[in-house]
Design a protein around this ligand. Sequence first.
Ligand SMILES: [Zn+2]
Length: 509
Amino acid sequence: MSKHEQLMNQSLRANALNTVRQMEGFSLYEDSVHEDGSNLLCIAKKGNDKYLMVLPREGKEPESDFDGEVVQVGKNAVLKCELTHENANFLRSKFDFTNAVRIGKMDSYGFGDRLGNASPAHLRAVRGTGFKPVLAQQSIRELERTNRTPEEVMDAASWAVFQEGYHLGFGADGDHLKTTDDIDVMVKAGYTMFTIDPSDFVVNEVKTMDSEKLKTDFEKLPWNKLEDKPEAFLKRLKTEEVQLRSGLSISVSENEILQGMVKYGRVIAHTKQMANYLADKYPDHPVELELSVDETEAPTTLFEHYLVASELDRLGVELVSLAPRFCGDFEKGIDFKGDLEQFRKEYVEHLAIADTFGGYKLSIHSGSDKFSVYEVVGALDLGAVHIKTAGTSYLEALRTIAVCKPDLFRDVMSFSIKRFNEDKKTYHISADISQIEDPAKVDEDELPEYLDDNHARQVLHVAYGSVLSGEFPEARNFKNQLMTALEEHEDLHYKNLLEHFDKHLRPFE
Ligand SMILES: [Zn+2]
């Protein structure tokens, strides 16, 4: 930014500040001031509500297509606009930086924001770290559980970058997409990163198949979709010296080749089909593809990774990132459990495979709170990485609630404990509710300690859908109460998030 621009910005800010100051009860987000023709735009807050303010200059009328209400401030008429979907659409049409972009093969951090009010703090955390933020990031499952639409999630991201004056580009990740219908809703809402989840096509039973069964299943793979023939495939893989750029070589038997392909052949075909669908139906939409195989039963072997990557490469599918299922346990909301040295060794080798097929990023799913893993990856300083977090921001919101609305926190904690046996079903966790104290019996000032206890963290983590969806009568008011309290205590909410993500990001410095 030139000196002149800086001066301009300062005086613009001063003007905006002055006008907003004259409006009773309003406070301005100073980084939100932007020029729009002869108007100044900014975000201001009154009580618990935020507004986009259109401020005309030099006693002019606020002529603007934003939808709002004209308010007289001294000699000036100001347009006060609610943060609606229509206004968000208009904002995106005027300011490029409020649209999601492709991040490419550089370090990135996925910040799932399940409540829709954490992104400003995420942006503050990521500034100056070299990581690109992926703000809007929701799987279809998360959307259903929180009763939100992809548009709402995207709007929250657009308003956040505007509020924070973050112009460096953010990504938006349609996470764990399984069908072409899933792709459609995400494209429509402006998402740019598409995480293909082919887990329905993984054949985990290969381990127990005899060689006869393996051979027949191998023959029956969708070879036309794979643009190959079984004989040609086998010949190629058997003669191919699996030599990676790192010097690593992978040696496999014919049986392992058959097992690998029976397990992943349909995954490869499905991924190709999803990639084709995006390219054919949305040729002008910016797209980057992640492939996630993290939700399989067993860790992804190097050969399996190699097989999937080399076949996709042959089929012309370019990945921006791939999420293997790493060794050890990546449970929700707590640190890694397992052998870190083994993780380090395998990570380097997975990276060598990624490097051989286009240098895509390794993506670490269930990345919340894996502090010991960040230390390892940060210290390696090799290749690019994508870390995907979501639940940890919800937990930090609850930390804020524990401090400022103890009774609400007690209610949410008790309800989450009650829901645990049902809600834990689709998750990889090990919490034991008998280890959790009854929130009714815990002193007010000790409530935040629940957020430092692994059992309580996981219980809260998996219950987010039940707490937020409005589906259960006793929880019907939770979301509203949580949102109101977090708006009232926004500074503390942002501070807790910032401190927490500092711990996520510092190991990579
Ligand atoms: Zn995942």
